[in-house]
Design a binder for this molecule. Structure first.
Ligand code: ADP
Ligand code: ZN
Length: 725
């Protein structure tokens, strides 16, 4: 099977995202890989797909035991056998799992690192007796003390390549910074690894920063527009998460707190309730969220200023993993920056304090931006991005702009005159012709001294900030921050490049919301209800069944049968068989009520074409088959078995089986000639539950003891009426 057909079959997706395909190819070629992708980019698939393609065991190292269950549920729902090993399992369960592993019945095994390499551990010798084909390390930045989430137990993973030298290792993280990247590669001892860095842009997220005034009212206004949606609200202190959750509850919202100070029971309960949509809002400190793969988080609110851009980007990244439009809002008050400055200073560690303060400063800059926030974020992660994203509050606001080329030239020439050796405040004082003795005498003699006296200090700060974000100036300096020119500066100084500034600080938003695709809202909520019922019955979170994005596509393209449903993103074979019919029913009912028809023709021409050609190939053959079926039947009646007939006729056993099925349906062969009596009710039951449209999911559900031939035979017999003669 090719990676692409496995993507369709098991995950129901029609195309790879980012560099998934190249990453997967490397793993299949047994090479070590490090993949950096933003949250929601689709990292899991990079090891899950090789895991289904390779006939062996994939070990997945993941930091949070609580989240393994979710991952394993999701895989099992898609018909991929997966399991996790943790301390909550009793010896009996562990023995059963070991048995399955020995029989090569598990494709993915999730483990915490300390399970693997903890004291007196017999797990590694056991795993070495198995056919381990891949090792995936999720949240690989946890191995680096440079990262924001260092976990000492990850350091044990350094032994992996020694213990499993031949097994390809794939390290995955959403942490972009270079230092952490380098650290991961070194600490894991990867062999000649291929490194894949995807764009960190999250285009479905709208970024907003709002001046903090009456924060509770601002928050409830925001939440009132999103009553049925899930979201995370981050606060700085544990206490405020609990107070805010209480206040929200009193105001009628479905909210629970989460912070490191709560008991494990309460934390687990609140997290679980959130994952299952029983609670809509989680009010949390940054302790919450790592590895949370709830895909339908529609918004993230920061009630307080985050300490740095890295953390902020991770936290906001938890919105919209399903790719649907999502919003993040930060309530900013300059006072917060002051409070954090206090925290950033670490006694006795000047170096560390300076780094932390600089990071905080970058965060403050972000809040004060008057240019595209996305561009700033991308630039922070060393990625070029055009100046107008169209989906941040700045880009969504109509600003009055004016030609600021002259102002820019003044600023740039001041920086040049001062030999690029001074910070923002000095440059501004110099431009404004400050009489202060801080300005050196020799500088007061320069022609540029005082050329910007007509502009106020706050305005100068704003202009310089903008010149930095637009790349005409940059911050440099070892000991203290200084302003430098950039390669783009010259064009402005020479008058070849115009610069625009925003007229004033007061802004008015014109349009705020993303345009939603035209879908049937009422149908969507009916579909959600049906999905939630299924999830409830199967005891898994709703998004494990199918994602919101999948339901939205259904409510948009209105599929009328399983063939059409297969074209909806997110339906692999097993999901289609298990839940397809149940989810189709509300669509069909709704369309009947409203007199609507399928719009599937508007969707994804690629897969549609494929489905059509398959059908076209099959059609003309049907006429000839009567004779060939007859021939098989005659041989069968002469006492020959399936394998024998297949060999003699030069056809596949599958073909022979389907010939015979034809005669079961016509009543000329009794089903019990082909299928042992005990198996018939089991197969019948599976067909009744999951439908007969597709065999391979039935085969997966029934397991190795049941052959395709037997399944086909029972289906034919059921078509005939399903009675024993
Ligand atoms: P990450 O671990 O990088 O944060 P996930 O692996 O959780 O992201 O993937 C985010 C979502 O995107 C999941 O719902 C996943 O099923 C979906 N996804 C992954 N790859 C694809 C793809 N090629 N096409 C469509 N959806 C995808
Ligand atoms: Zn923007």
């Amino acid at each position: 099977m090719t990676p692409l057909s496995a993507l369709q079959k098991y995950f129901g997706y029609s195309a790879f995202r980012h560099q998934q395909e190249a990453i997967i190819q490397h793993v299949l070629n047994k090479q070590d890989v490090m993949a950096l992708m933003p949250t929601g980019g689709g990292k899991s698939l990079c090891y899950q797909l090789p895991a289904v393609l390779l006939n062996g065991l994939t070990i997945v190292i993941s930091p949070l035991i609580a989240l393994m269950k979710d991952q394993v549920d999701s895989l099992n729902v898609s018909g991929i056998p997966a399991a996790f090993l943790n301390s909550s399992q009793n010896p009996d369960e562990q023995r059963q799992l070991a048995e399955k592993l020995k029989n090569n019945q598990i494709r993915l095994l999730y483990l915490a690192p300390e399970r693997l390499f903890g004291a007196e551990n017999k797990l590694v010798p056991f795993l070495k007796t198995l056919n381990v084909v891949q090792i995936a390390i999720d949240e690989a930045h946890c191995i680096s003390s440079w990262g924001h989430d260092f976990r000492p137990e990850y350091l044990m993973l350094a032994q992996l390549k020694t213990e499993f030298p031949k097994v390809p290792v794939i390290a995955l993280t959403a942490t972009a910074d270079k230092l952490t990247q380098k650290d991961i590669l070194e600490k894991l001892n990867l062999h000649n690894p291929a490194v894949f860095v995807s764009s960190f842009n999250r285009e479905n997220i709208t970024y907003r920063v709002t001046p903090k005034r009456n924060s509770f009212k601002q928050l409830t206004d925001f939440l009132n527009e999103r009553k049925d949606e899930s979201g995370i609200i981050y606060c700085l202190s544990r206490k405020s998460t609990e107070e805010l959750a209480d206040d929200l509850k009193s105001a009628g919202f479905s909210a629970e707190p989460y912070n490191a100070g709560l008991s494990n029971d309460v934390k687990a309960k609140n997290q679980e309730a959130f994952l299952r949509d029983d609670v809509k809002i989680i009010v949390a400190t940054i302790a919450f969220g790592m590895g949370i793969n709830k895909s339908n988080v529609r918004y993230v609110v920061h009630m307080d200023l985050p300490k740095n851009i890295e953390g902020y980007y991770q936290e906001t990244g938890r919105a919209g993993r399903d790719g649907l439009p999502s919003e993040v809002m930060l309530l900013y008050s300059p006072g917060d920056a002051g409070k954090l400055q206090h925290f950033a200073r670490i006694e006795g560690n000047e170096e560390q304090s300076r780094i932390m303060l600089n990071k905080l400063n970058d965060m403050v800059m972000y809040c004060q931006l008057q240019s595209c926030r996305r561009q700033y974020l991308m630039k922070y992660f060393d990625e070029a991005f055009p100046p107008n994203c169209g989906s941040c509050d700045v880009c969504l606001t109509e600003f009055k702009r004016f030609d600021g080329t002259l102002i820019a030239q003044k600023a740039l020439s001041a920086v040049a005159r001062l030999n690029e050796r001074f910070g923002v405040n000095y440059v501004i004082d110099f431009l404004r012709g400050s009489k202060s003795e801080k300005i050196r005498e020799e500088h007061k003699q320069l022609k540029t001294y005082g050329i910007g006296a007509d502009i106020s200090k706050p305005d100068w700060q704003r202009y310089i900030r903008e010149l930095i974000t637009t790349g005409y100036l940059q911050m440099g300096g070892q000991e203290y921050p200084i302003l430098n020119l950039t390669p783009q500066s010259q064009a402005v100084l020479k008058g070849l490049q115009k610069v625009e500034f925003i007229e004033s600080e007061t802004t008015e938003e014109t349009h705020t919301h993303h345009e939603a695709p035209p879908h049937e809202a009422e149908l969507l909520s009916r579909l959600k209800r049906v999905r939630n019922d299924i999830a409830h019955n199967e005891n898994v979170p709703a998004y494990v069944i199918v994602s919101d994005a999948t339901l939205l596509e259904m409510a948009t393209f209105l599929p009328q049968n399983l063939d059409e449903l297969r074209l909806i993103s997110g339906f692999g074979d097993v999901k289609l068989a298990r839940y397809g019919r149940e989810l189709l029913q509300p669509v069909k009912d709704y369309c009947k009520e409203k007199g609507l028809e399928s719009k599937i023709a508007y969707k994804s021409p690629k897969r549609e074409r494929k489905a059509k050609t398959e059908r076209a190939e099959r059609a003309p053959k049907t006429r000839k088959t009567n004779d060939t079926k007859m021939e098989t039947f005659t041989m069968y009646r002469h006492g020959k078995g399936v394998a024998e007939i297949a060999a003699e006729r030069g056809l596949s056993p599958m073909t022979i089986e389907s010939h015979l099925s034809h005669f079961i349906e016509s009543g000329e062969i009794d089903v019990l000639e082909i299928v042992p009596a005990a198996k018939v009710p089991v197969i019948k039951d599976a067909v009744e539950s999951y439908g007969s449209e597709m065999l391979s999911p039935l085969k997966q559900i029934l397991g190795d003891d049941y052959s395709y031939g037997e399944i086909k035979a029972v289906i034919s017999w059921m078509n005939k009426g399903g009675r024993f003669s």
